[in-house]
Design a protein around this ligand. Structure first.
Ligand SMILES: Cc1ncc(COP(=O)(O)O)c(C=O)c1O
Ligand SMILES: Nc1ccccc1C(=O)C[C@H](N)C(=O)O
Length: 464
């Protein structure tokens, strides 16, 4: 649930056929985006030698964009332009815009990326910074936003947050010489459930309102695929004087969010999943306009601004090279930058963003809703709850999920199913003890691939 109204596509019984899947592909207005990506071939996946892509015409089915997106063709083009910039003009690349390059001078490159990312997360360009990596950015944001006091010092969070988030929060609390066990409030689902209801989250906020300083939740939970009701939870927690942050690792480039309008205090994300910017790519963060202001009313040399851990690249470009040790932050999220960013990382990010620049999250989401609903429809068709060898633990309400469906297999089946999928050239993610996470991505996946996946998946179950 996110406050953005969506509806669930419904399919007729005859939709469970290869022909019907092909007709959905033919009618897909985004189908040409697939050609902007390099889809790993089956032979490439099988070889253990370094090889150029395209070793065979037979492509894999890549349903793992929730872990690592595949490579946009624009990456090599942008990288070549960047390598040529560096080799041809050296240090001058910092301040020179080169005609013919899709990339701005290095001083402005993070702004180029931030402007595109801001459209993806529903923010003003100044509210977004392209920088660092997810967990590091969470630390930087918590350094600014987590200010525990004698009374208000707890952090409300997901009981099974991705471990890196758990460690980050645990260590932030310890950094303030506080006891992590006492100050981490973990919200989980009710016994026997996987979904955490909004009501339950609000009741935790009520219960801990006096002692909690901050709430940090994932926009989409990595394991179950649940999408939380970001605007409702944000508004409620803020009404109880909590600061509200969101980890959008699995939401960025996947679902529509409106961080500015929803008044979120801060957020961070990685760009290597649905964002397709490459393994370990540069991340992004959001700081709401209200927290990013710089007030010069006390004079030009005495700017007032929200405390953060600083470095020279958070400093205004106009004075960055003055070397006078007077920190004047860039107004907005850019003022949270620390170091001069890796231009190579920014180049991959800008290349990946150039694909998003050609469409909108609303259009991508529309296709995504259909792809995932089709996956669910085919999985559940001709099955009943009693005898089914799996459960879909992702909510069936499209407001409460993104592209991913997490399929929990009955004990002992994971290995067999994984093997069959692998042999069929289908790549999706497995999590012990028994979950297969399947993420059809609207930019490059097809309805026919969904159909073939379900055929192989059910074939594996039928032979077990
Ligand atoms: C929710 C979440 N947090 C953190 C991470 C890891 O972040 P980092 O990019 O810092 O390795 C991931 C995925 O790797 C994730 O899914
Ligand atoms: N960075 C990685 C490196 C190796 C393997 C997986 C990852 C992931 O990103 C996992 C992802 N966060 C997940 O939700 O599973």
């Amino acid at each position: 649930m996110t406050g953005i109204k969506v509806s669930k596509p419904v399919f007729p019984a005859e939709a469970a056929s290869q022909e019907y899947a092909a007709s959905l592909d033919a009618a897909d207005p985004l189908r040409e985006f697939r050609d902007q990506f390099i889809i790993p071939s089956k032979a490439n996946l099988a070889t253990k030698k370094l090889a150029k892509p395209g070793l065979s015409p037979e492509l894999s089915t890549y349903f793992c964009g929730n872990s690592l997106g595949i490579q946009p063709k624009a990456v090599s083009k942008y990288m070549e332009a960047q390598l040529d910039t560096w080799s041809s003009v050296g240090v001058c690349g910092h301040f020179t815009d080169l005609e013919g390059s899709p990339l701005k001078q290095w001083q402005l490159l993070s702004e180029q990326a931030a402007a595109s990312m801001s459209r993806i997360v529903g923010a003003a360009p100044e509210e977004v910074a392209a920088m660092g990596t997810l967990t590091t950015n969470l630390h930087l944001l918590l350094a600014s936003f987590y200010k525990p006091t004698e009374t208000k010092r707890k952090i409300i969070m997901d009981w099974k947050a991705f471990p890196s988030d758990h460690y980050a929060i645990e260590s932030q609390i310890a950094w303030h010489d506080l006891d992590a066990n006492e100050n981490m409030i973990l919200i989980g689902p009710d016994e026997g459930q996987h979904e955490i209801s909004t009501e339950k989250i609000l009741s935790y906020i009520d219960e801990h309102a006096e002692t909690a300083a901050l709430l940090l939740l994932p926009g989409i939970q990595y394991y179950t695929g649940q999408l939380f009701d970001i605007p409702t939870i944000t508004k409620y927690a803020q009404s109880k004087n909590l600061i509200v942050g969101w980890d959008l690792a699995h939401a960025y480039g996947n679902v529509e969010v409106k961080l500015h309008d929803w008044n979120v205090d801060f957020a961070a994300w990685c760009t290597y999943k649905y964002g397709n910017a490459g393994p370990g790519a540069m991340g992004g963060l959001f700081v709401h306009e209200k927290h990013g202001q710089v007030d010069y009313s006390a004079g030009p040399d005495a700017p007032q601004f929200r405390h953060r851990l600083t470095g020279w690249y958070g400093g205004d470009r106009s004075v960055r090279f003055k070397m006078d040790n007077k920190f004047k932050p860039i107004p907005g999220a850019g003022g949270f930058q620390v170091s001069n960013p890796s231009v190579i990382d920014l180049t991959c990010l800008c290349a990946a963003l150039s694909v998003f620049d050609q469409t909108s999250m609303a259009d991508l989401r529309q296709k995504s809703l259909k792809l995932t609903a089709y996956l669910e429809f085919l999985l559940l068709k001709d099955t009943d709850e009693e005898t089914r060898l799996f459960d879909i633990i992702t909510p069936s309400d499209p407001h409460a999920r993104g592209a991913q469906l997490s399929v929990l297999l009955k004990p002992g089946l994971l290995h067999k199913v994984s093997e069959r999928l692998e042999n069929a050239g289908i790549i999706c993610d497995k999590r012990e003890p028994g979950v297969v996470r399947v993420a059809p991505v609207p930019l490059y996946n097809t309805f026919s691939e969904v159909f073939n996946f379900v055929k192989e998946f059910k074939g594996a179950l039928a032979s077990s």
